[in-house]
Write a protein that binds this ligand. Sequence first.
Ligand SMILES: [Zn+2]
Ligand SMILES: [Zn+2]
Ligand SMILES: [Zn+2]
Length: 101
Amino acid sequence: MAEKQHTKECKKQQKLARKQVMAYDKRFPNHCKTCDGWGYLPDDSSCLECLAKDRCPRCGQPFPKGLNKCPHCSFDLNNDRGRPDDSIECNCYINEEEDWD
Ligand SMILES: [Zn+2]
Ligand SMILES: [Zn+2]
Ligand SMILES: [Zn+2]
């Protein structure tokens, strides 16, 4: 059986995703590594490493209580996203398997 390969389009997406992560790390090297700059954890609880310590999840500077926006990097707690995810869920394999039916 031939080795399965990602499609060209899929490889392009993966490259793009990695680029976005690298750009984020470069721009915000002090982002919280516990929540990856999101301010909360996958189970929706506040991150104890930044928000609970009044630090901005994205730039790591002090984040005054009561504010929704970071005065240093203008990270918006309600609207901005954290570090992008470089693990793309591709379905170029799944498409191949569908041919078996
Ligand atoms: Zn793929
Ligand atoms: Zn955090
Ligand atoms: Zn900030």
